[in-house]
Design a binder for this molecule. Structure first.
Ligand code: NAP
Length: 553
């Protein structure tokens, strides 16, 4: 076993790895991966580009950033003691609490000494003779790793739209996905927020009170419904602790990875009066339960979906006092669930403030950013601060920018030129010993749950390799094709997210339009993992490399 403390310092060209498992990314998945690798007796090191722990919950520290999955369903389940000792203050925790939790986990399990911050990976090259990855962190540091786990996240490369003049703006500008650690002072400033996805609709109500004026630039309205957050009271804390096992059982087996009970009725099984009462309950229910506990045909029957949407429309018109603004806030081009729905606290209410204005970019598109503000086709508005809530290069963004070169020097970005090809959303043919949990073809509900499934599978696989003396693993092309074809085939079936969504890469000019989530869902992931195990890993080519030293734990 290699001493991980020596790993970074060693830059020699010996064939033995510096470290068994090199994890990239200190987000929820990377931290869990590091914990599991160390627990299994591998030497392991984690590299993180940021200055602290948290991944997406480190970078997205904009005002209003918070979970929209229940805190205790997003948290780690690998330690009952951890689950019991950490008291989440709110059902949907805010970013500061999330960051505190992740730091607590890292320190509680003594992981920090295996982590290196400010360490962005510039290149990672597969070395065939030694069966190792040579990973360059900065010009002088090369780490040779037997296995590389790129836990680099789906939502980690911010997207700035190609708006003319963006660099000319002389005020402050920020992207929600790269928010500075030093808090931004909004007091008395004229602020523009561009983008009304889940990030934009969180930031708007959070800063509306502080700013002199807030102008929200909306291109596409979203179906926003209330998050219905609340503090967790002492009785609920006690119940959470008492119910650890059943909570785990539900979260580890449910298709969505949530605790929400699935409804057993279709829309038109109920009378009109019953439906209204049900929609009322849904509106007042927590977070994602509007998707996961709604009528069973919500996403399948257009008439069912339209009725729920009509209920939301009534609510928007009831909350927003200015009828013209209310109309602009009503989505016209997609149904509920065709895009990832945001869950909000006071978003529609914010437009009743005299200092908040909505600009509909479908009516008046942006022409350019000027030195002093934003110009649309109806003129220029001056601003002190621009907030770009314009999303991410989803799924493949981080992995295709890391300089990953696999067998015969093939670039991962070339292998994925027409969109990602993966097996289980974890491996890709031609890139031995590289795993990317939480990457493309992974997402299937509540993030940490299926990312955790993937990490668990990786660990079972690494232990299998060690037990049998193998030091390299590569997925067979037939297995990669089978999984990728399944993803594409199922993505075309209803209920599918709209093709204009970032889930198809549609928000990035020039990006191939391929589905980036796991359209088969968590049940498919789990059944395929079981199949791999039952077939004794026949989906893979496992090899011993004579020149190298196998992971020796
Ligand atoms: P997003 O959903 O991709 O939204 C980007 C927004 O920017 C959209 O409104 C988009 O408009 C707009 N936009 C993009 N290019 C534009 C342009 N050239 N001009 C004007 N507007 C433009 O990104 P996001 O809001 O950051 O959310 C991404 C994902 O992160 C979410 O779906 C969710 O999965 C996750 N998230 C989660 C939470 C949470 O858990 N609480 C919070 C925030 C984000 P169009 O719709 O017209 O493209």
């Amino acid at each position: 076993m290699t001493d991980p403390e020596q790993a970074v310092a060693r830059t020699d060209d010996r064939l033995a790895p510096d470290v068994d498992v090199l994890v990239v990314g200190a987000g929820i998945t990377g931290i869990y991966q590091l914990y599991r690798a160390l627990e299994a007796g591998f030497s392991a090191q984690l590299l993180e580009a940021g200055a602290g722990v948290g991944g997406t919950w480190y970078w997205n520290r904009y005002p209003g950033a918070r979970f929209d999955s229940e805190s205790y369903t997003y948290a780690y389940l690998f330690s009952k003691e951890l689950f019991e000792e950490w008291e989440w203050r709110e059902h949907f925790a805010g970013q500061p609490e999330i960051e505190r939790y992740l730091n607590h986990v890292v320190d509680r399990f003594d992981l920090r000494r295996h982590m290196r911050f400010g360490a962005a990976v510039n290149s990672a090259v597969w070395d065939e003779p030694s069966a190792t990855w040579s990973v360059v962190v900065d010009p002088d540091t090369v780490i040779r790793a037997r296995f590389m786990v790129a836990a680099t996240g789906n939502l980690s490369v911010p997207y700035y739209p190609d708006v003319p003049g963006r660099a000319d703006f002389e005020g402050e500008q920020y992207h929600t996905g790269r928010w500075p650690v030093t808090p931004v002072d909004f007091a008395g400033k004229r602020v523009a927020v561009v983008g009304t996805g889940s990030s934009g609709v969180q930031v708007v109500p959070a800063i509306a009170e502080q700013v002199a004026s807030l102008t929200v630039y909306q291109r596409t309205a979203n179906w926003c419904t209330p998050l219905n957050n609340a503090p967790i009271n002492p009785d609920e804390q006690a119940r959470l602790r008492a119910e650890f096992e059943p909570i785990c059982e539900t979260l580890q087996t449910s298709a969505s990875g949530f605790l929400h009970p699935v409804h057993d009725r279709a829309t038109f099984d109920d009378s009109e009066e019953e439906r209204r009462a049900f929609y009322e309950r849904m509106w007042n229910s927590p977070g994602f339960s509007k998707l996961t506990s709604n009528y069973t045909d919500l996403l399948f029957d257009p008439a069912a979906n339209a009725e729920w949407c009509e209920f939301i429309v009534e609510r928007i018109r009831g909350i927003v006092e200015d009828p013209a603004t209310a109309e602009r806030l009503i989505p016209k081009d997609h149904r509920f669930g065709e895009k990832r729905p945001p869950f909000v606290i006071g978003y529609y209410e914010a437009f009743n403030r005299p200092n908040v204005t909505l600009v509909d970019l479908k009516e008046t598109p942006i022409v350019r950013v000027t030195a002093g503000g934003i110009e649309t086709t109806d003129g220029e508005r001056p601003f002190d601060v621009l907030v770009w809530a314009t999303g991410f290069d989803y799924g493949t963004g981080a992995l295709t920018r890391m300089g990953i070169r696999g067998r015969n020097g093939e670039a991962l970005e070339d292998h994925w030129a027409d969109g990602p090809a993966t097996f289980l959303g974890i491996l890709s043919t031609g890139f031995p010993n590289l795993f990317f949990p939480g990457g493309p073809h992974a997402a299937a509900g509540n993030n940490p749950r299926y990312n955790g499934d993937q990490v668990d599978f990786i660990m079972d696989t690494l232990v299998h390799l060690r037990r049998h003396g193998y030091d390299s693993i590569e997925v067979e092309q037939a297995a990669e094709e089978r999984w990728t074809n399944m993803i594409d085939r199922w993505a075309a079936k209803p209920p599918s997210f709209g093709r204009s969504s970032y889930f198809f890469g549609a928000n990035i000019p020039g990006k191939p339009r391929r589905y980036l989530l796991n359209s088969g869902g968590r049940p498919k992931l789990l059944s395929m993992i079981a199949e791999v195990r039952d077939n004794d890993y026949r989906a893979f080519r496992l090899a011993r490399t004579p020149d190298s030293t196998a992971a020796t734990a």
